[in-house]
Design a protein around this ligand. Structure first.
Ligand code: ATP
Ligand code: MG
Length: 262
């Protein structure tokens, strides 16, 4: 087998598992300026992908394509085998129910109790009436309590979210994912503001969540955390995919190139 052929084969640790994400020549521009271009990427169930790259490289834009909140302006995006372009609102909601996102700003509602934020993880699944009732009169159901206890926050059910520390708030966002039970988890810099111990703890939790329920895509600014918790890494620079490698083969000089100043 030629070396080149070998290169194309080398991240198939989940070969045979169902394809969760398939991007072909996918890109996205904002006002004519490309944030992401020409991305080819296939992700299979069970993979844990680290998305690395300097600020502005297109990492959050990629996650937007992966949860269907952004339409590609070039190429195609397929999630669970279905193209995302031109989906009607109902099938789009069906699709998004299978995907759990922790966005860069967490999207927690600050002024309400932790339980409210957890319960929000089920709103996509519940109809409007039940959702409103749950928000007006939240009752801790077993699933919410289980989710909180698996992130070590059972004590915080009735705390106001704004009173929690950065690490605790990250864990609330993870508990919200747990009760949604998504098959694909997208986490955008989930450890950006945390000390190294907390960061490792959150990554361990996310890996555990994805072990139980599927596939993880996480953007990180710390390659060592990617090495420890992910199975594969891609590098983005100025909107382009510059490497795609099993984590064991992630070479330090690739990282130096990735983060080098232009
Ligand atoms: N909604 C938007 N409108 C206009 N430009 C945008 C929008 N979202 C992203 N961009 C631009 O696209 C490029 C990539 O942004 P993106 O947020 O994907 O980068 P990133 O890798 O997530 O950066 P960071 O590490 O700082 O979070 C940037 O130049 C950014 O200004
Ligand atoms: Mg970002």
């Amino acid at each position: 087998m030629s070396q080149q052929h070998h290169d194309h084969d080398h991240h198939d640790s989940q070969a045979g598992a169902p394809v969760v994400v398939r991007l072909r020549g996918a890109g996205r521009s904002f006002g004519g300026a490309p944030a992401l271009a020409g991305i080819d990427l296939t992700l299979r169930a069970g993979e844990r992908l680290a998305v690395l790259g300097p600020s502005g490289a297109g990492k959050s834009t990629l996650l937007g394509l992966l949860n269907g909140s952004l339409e590609p302006s070039e190429g195609t995006v397929e999630l669970f085998g279905a193209p995302t372009v031109g989906l009607a609102s109902r099938p789009r909601r069906e699709l998004q129910r299978r995907i759990g996102t922790i966005s860069q700003g967490l999207d927690l509602i600050e002024q309400v109790r932790v339980l409210h934020n957890i319960t929000a993880g089920r709103l996509a699944e519940w109809g409007a009436a039940r959702s409103l009732a749950a928000l007006a009169w939240p009752r801790p159901d077993q699933r919410a309590l289980d989710a909180l206890s698996s992130v070590g926050l059972e004590w915080a059910v009735h705390e106001r979210t704004e009173r929690l520390s950065g690490g605790e708030r990250q864990r609330v966002a993870i508990a919200r994912l747990l009760i949604q039970r998504p098959e694909l988890v997208l986490a955008d810099e989930p450890v950006a503001s945390l000390d190294p111990t907390r960061a490792a703890e959150i990554l361990r939790l996310l890996s555990r969540v994805s072990d139980e329920i599927g596939t993880l895509v996480v953007t990180l600014h710390q390659p060592p955390l990617a090495r420890e918790h992910c199975t594969r890494a891609i590098g983005l620079r100025e909107g382009r995919l510059v490497f795609d490698t099993p984590i064991a083969d992630l070479a330090t000089d690739r990282l130096d190139e990735l983060y080098a100043r232009a």
